[in-house]
Design a protein around this ligand. Structure first.
Ligand code: PRX
Length: 647
């Protein structure tokens, strides 16, 4: 057997990854698709590897089986933390803006963050958590969430962060699916004027039979009262504070799991998207540095929650891998008023600002006076993510926030892609309202017709697929590889299917149209129609339901539910409230339908399939041409649904 190459492979000049003009982009892009392996090997060489890889890429999209930097060993936290200590140990790594605007900012320099992560990692080990164990996080946006996630990565434990707005039931489902050994949570979540119980939700979830959980580590956030179960529940500060700051980084294979993140699809329960260490590291850093054109000393703020992929890749990993100062915001955009984002931008002198169209639309609706009182001259790049940004919101963002001086990078990507796939590179790319633009280097998108034929040229529209692997592509769905194959790799041979439709305009710029499957995008959050329907069906009066998305001014899409009940509904308003309560209990408030219409039947084909096309049209207020309904099993319900539509 050949001796493993254990020589540390290190190069610390991080910013050499950056592209500096559109011409350079074109050149780099060309090289990246002509020689992907050479290109990514070059990018990967700027990181610290414990052992260099033997092979850059091994792949097929059939099984699928994708491996990057095969045989390499590293630890992502050494690259996020240790690697920066010499050059920027005293620079702020995490800049925490608390919910309360009058509370002081809390900061962690790279040295301090390194020490906190070390202590926390040692505390996890002391609690019997080790490499390969799954640890669930259910926390508000406090620094301890980032620290805990990094502590897992330090010792090779796999983190599964669950957004703290999900219900106990949804949390329990995720804990069980990943058979997590521990949950890390806070006592309460200070969000706007609310103080939301967090530990209580964990208690309720664990009462649903999460037998794999041995430890609950509770971070004291607001100091509110919680119940602690002896033996199982432990205080973060008691476990972490006395630990040594030094914790050796576990050597991880490039393809060892880094994390699981649950996301909704068109069928069944949410699935655990799996990302692995090496490729995710290379791609999140590369995309972060190029899209945001981050320069040393800049203050970067992404307003997402770490419960979503955007927070994983572009609050924690991408920025820290790049030695950036990343802002973590605990609060909400409208507390204490609709000027909070802009007040924080002024106060912290934010350079790159990354948010979602839904937030932009909501703030735009509040009036310009909330913006005008703040000095936003520090801003240099504005980002958008999660859903299509409409032209009106784009223009407002560009004019009122960017003062027409900042490029808008409209970034298209997904939980499954791990990092930004299509989007501008700071000010170097041409931009057009509502267009994500060009693919990042190494990304090979294509548009297909319904038969799977690739559409050539520009000025076309089709199903968005990717035809070659990139380093942060999902590797599997946790515990169910077949589901991964079915969902993403079976629609079209040798292609990753995104579920989105897109247009490539005359200049070759991509415009994302939206999902072509049964996924609804509400305020940038993915909801599966089946998932919401299953929740609604838990109501004892509900016989059957069908849920569709419809255009919503602020949220992008709203949820419209058609419900068949067992017998007449006496009090529609009371019934509506009960349905909302059931959905909140089963999934969380983000999945609550905006409109509920009680119907006597749902339009079905002769094979019993619900004709969602008709329901979508009615929900969007367009009943002019519902197409041929004569072949339906029950054409008579269409008129009833149309006449009673809530539009
Ligand atoms: O439909 C696309 C939409 O969000 C979906 C992915 O959702 P999720 O996995 O939750 O990740 C969101 C954050 C990366 C996509 O399939 N989407 C995301 N970004 C954009 C977008 N639609 C249009 N434009 C975007 N910039």
């Amino acid at each position: 057997m050949a001796r493993p190459n254990t020589k540390a492979y290190q190069k610390t000049d991080r910013m050499t990854l950056q592209i500096n003009s559109f011409d350079e982009y074109k050149e780099v892009y060309k090289r990246s698709v002509e020689d992907p392996e050479g290109f990514w090997a070059e990018q990967a060489s700027s990181f610290t590897w414990k052992k260099k890889w033997d092979k850059v890429l091994d792949w097929n999209f059939k099984e699928p089986n994708v491996k990057w930097f095969v045989g390499g060993q590293m630890n992502i936290t050494e690259n996020c933390l240790d690697r920066h200590l010499e050059e920027r140990g005293d620079q702020v790594a995490i800049l925490f803006e608390p919910n309360d605007p009058d509370a002081p900012n809390k900061t962690y320099t790279y040295k301090e963050l390194h020490a906190e992560v070390g202590k926390t990692a040692n505390a996890l080990k002391a609690n019997g958590i080790g490499k390969g164990d799954r640890v669930c996080f259910y926390m508000p946006m406090v620094p301890e969430l980032a620290i805990g996630v990094l502590a897992c990565a330090r010792i090779g434990a796999i983190h599964s962060v669950v957004f703290a707005g999900f219900s106990a039931q949804a949390l329990a489902d995720r804990i069980k699916d990943a058979t997590c050994k521990a949950v890390i949570c806070s006592d309460y979540n200070a969000r706007g004027a609310k103080n939301i119980p967090v530990k209580k939700v964990v208690d309720d979830a664990l009462a649903m039979g999460c037998d794999s959980i041995e430890t609950v580590l509770v971070h004291q956030n607001t100091g509110g009262e919680v119940q602690m179960e002896t033996g199982r529940d432990k205080w973060w500060h008691e476990e972490v504070d006395g630990q040594p700051t030094d914790c050796p980084a576990e050597p991880m294979d490039s393809e060892d799991m880094l994390f699981i993140l649950y996301t909704s699809g068109s069928t069944g329960k949410p699935k655990g998207v799996v990302h692995t260490c090496g490729g995710y590291m290379v791609y999140t850093a590369y995309s972060f540095q190029n899209v945001f054109q981050y320069k040393p000393g800049d203050i970067y703020w992404c307003t997402a929650d770490i419960g979503w992929i955007t927070g994983h890749s572009y609050i924690v990993y991408g920025p820290l891998l790049s030695g950036a100062t990343t802002v973590m915001f605990e609060g909400v955009p409208t507390y204490p008023d609709a000027g909070r984002f802009w007040q924080v931008c002024e106060k912290l002198k934010v350079n790159q600002f990354y948010t979602a169209p839904t937030a932009i639309r909501a703030l735009m609706a509040q009036g310009d006076e909330y913006v005008e009182q703040y000095d936003l001259s520090s801003l240099s790049v504005l980002g958008s993510v999660g859903e299509p940004i409409n032209e009106e919101a784009w223009e407002w963002y560009h004019e009122k926030i960017g003062k027409k001086n900042c490029p808008i990078v409209d970034t298209w990507w997904q939980t499954e892609t791990g990092g930004i796939m299509i989007g501008g590179l700071g000010s170097h790319s041409p931009m057009k309202p509502a267009h994500a633009g060009y693919p990042l280097p190494g990304i090979q998108p294509c548009l297909l017709d319904a038969d799977g034929n690739e559409l050539e040229g520009n000025g076309i529209e089709g199903l968005l697929c990717i035809k070659y692997p990139w380093p942060s592509i999902l590797r599997t769905t946790y515990g169910d590889h077949e589901r991964c194959r079915q969902t993403y790799f079976s629609a079209f041979p040798d292609k990753y299917f995104t579920g989105d439709g897109a247009r490539r305009d005359k200049d070759g710029m991509y415009r994302i149209i939206g999902r072509v499957d049964d996924v609804i995008n509400v305020s940038g959050h993915r909801m599966g129609t089946a998932e919401v329907e299953n929740a609604i069906n838990e109501h004892p009066m509900v016989v059957e339901s069908a849920v569709v998305g419809y255009p919503h001014d602020i949220k992008g899409q709203g949820i419209y539910a058609y419900i068949i009940t067992a017998g007449p509904v006496e009090d529609e308003e009371a019934f509506r409230k009960e349905v909302l309560a059931v959905v909140t209990k089963e999934i969380g408030p983000i999945a609550k339908p905006d409109k509920i219409q009680v119907v006597s039947g749902l339009p079905k084909t002769r094979s019993g399939k619900i004709m969602r096309r008709i329901l979508r049209k009615v929900a969007s207020g367009d009943t002019s041409n519902l197409g041929d309904t004569s072949t339906l099993l029950n054409p008579e319900v269409v008129d009833e649904i149309k006449n009673n539509a809530l539009v």
